[in-house]
Design a protein around this ligand. Structure first.
Ligand SMILES: [Zn+2]
Ligand SMILES: [Zn+2]
Ligand SMILES: [Zn+2]
Ligand SMILES: [Zn+2]
Length: 251
């Protein structure tokens, strides 16, 4: 093991306290949806998680004042129950509302998954893209798609099974989408999407699409690099004929 220079010699390594159920104090594992001892649902706070950073969406530990991802101040994030009794599509925990900056995000009070309306999700992504361009973040490679068990989840609003989508085509983050209602992101998925966006993922994807379309086109359908010339460039060529040829070519 490489010694950590920031830790004084002889200091004892930090031991992470085991996770304890808020109902019976029995210990549980990170991935458990319910307490293995008493069966109660496990609260997000019992997992040691609390605020969501408004900038990078990293979920901060309970009691943190600053985001561990980007260093921004976390501020107050009032919580409110959702009136509709919606359940988490991942763990069936209670959904609640968390005010993060000027957005009200719906989150699961158990696993910390997030349920966002499409315009809110797009706004967070655009802000991350602008921030990435402004700071000139080096282009990072796409995250590999984690081979997880494929589960189709019900939309919390209409209960229809949602569509799974590799966000942006190549982010490697598979999100669940209901076209009419919103986007479900498991714990850490919003953070991963925004990191991919800040690193220039969408721009690389746009370039890749243009390149793919260019290669798929047959050579004669490509826009000519020379000035357009009608096929019969005879002195007597008809303007209508040329126009119809151009229209056909454009279509
Ligand atoms: Zn318990
Ligand atoms: Zn942050
Ligand atoms: Zn949940
Ligand atoms: Zn729906």
């Amino acid at each position: 093991m490489v010694p950590d220079p920031s830790v004084p010699a002889g200091a004892r390594p930090v031991t992470i306290a085991p996770l304890r159920c808020g109902n019976c104090a029995g210990s549980f594992q990170e991935g458990d949806a319910a307490c293995p001892w008493c069966g109660a649902g496990i609260a997000l706070e019992d997992r040691g998680r609390s605020h969501v950073c408004a900038r990078c969406a990293v979920r901060a530990p309970v009691g943190a004042t600053w985001c561990p991802g980007c260093g921004d101040r976390l501020g107050e994030q009032p919580l409110a129950p959702r009136g509709d009794g919606g359940r988490c599509p991942a763990c069936a925990g209670d959904l609640r509302e968390r005010t993060v900056g000027r957005h009200v995000l719906t989150e699961c009070g158990g696993c910390g998954g997030l349920w966002l309306a499409a315009p809110v999700f797009e706004e967070l992504c655009s802000a991350a893209e602008r921030a990435g361009i402004a700071s000139g973040v080096a282009a990072a490679r796409s995250a590999p798609v984690v081979s997880e068990r494929v589960v189709y989840r019900p939309c919390p609003a209409c209960h229809e099974l949602m569509t799974r989508r590799n966000h942006g085509g190549s982010s490697g983050v598979v999100v669940d989408v209901c076209r009419g209602h919103g986007i479900w992101l498991d714990h850490r998925e919003l953070e991963q999407v925004l990191a991919w966006v800040r690193a220039g993922g969408p721009e690389r994807e746009r370039q890749r699409r243009v390149e793919r379309a260019r290669r798929a086109e047959p050579a004669e359908a490509r826009p000519p690099s020379l000035p357009l010339e009608p096929p019969s460039a005879e002195p007597s060529f008809d303007i209508l004929e040329a126009l119809s040829w151009l229209l056909k070519r454009a279509g």
